[in-house]
Design a binder for this molecule. Structure first.
Ligand SMILES: [Zn+2]
Length: 128
């Protein structure tokens, strides 16, 4: 899960995330909110339940060996999240480390009643 602070209307800063070490496979993403409940609850405690300013804004996972474009399963999962979930929009961040020197990532915005909007990026990374 990705957690953010709303800086102004329509502008967010991702300030925390949770990591699922129990589920997921090399080529399979399954959204399991119960796995992230402790991280989500801790985030809301830390931000004093100020949901209008600090909230869950999406999901992230890696595609270690294939394109960072969302899979059909990714699209279905995120469309269901915004269609029927407690949030009306969410982003999906997918990352892939390439050859240990650059990071490919995509960011796709899903909003209730709208078509997904995708962006792709590549950034060099500095490994320690
Ligand atoms: Zn995926």
């Amino acid at each position: 899960m990705l957690f953010a602070e709303q800086l102004e209307p329509g502008r967010f800063s991702i300030i925390d995330l949770s990591v699922d070490t129990e589920t997921g496979e090399h080529a399979h993403f399954e959204r399991r909110p119960e796995i992230h409940a402790a991280a989500r609850n801790a985030f809301f405690e830390r931000t004093r339940h100020d949901y209008s300013r600090f909230n869950h804004v999406g999901e992230w996972h890696s595609h270690p060996s294939f394109s960072v474009s969302p899979s059909a399963e990714d699209m279905s999962t995120m469309l269901s999240l915004v269609a029927a979930g407690p949030i009306s929009f969410a982003v999906l961040l997918i990352v892939r480390l390439r050859f240990g020197v650059w990071l490919d990532y995509s960011l796709t915005l899903f909003a209730r009643g709208c078509l997904p909007q995708a962006m792709r990026f590549r950034r060099f990374v500095h490994l320690i």
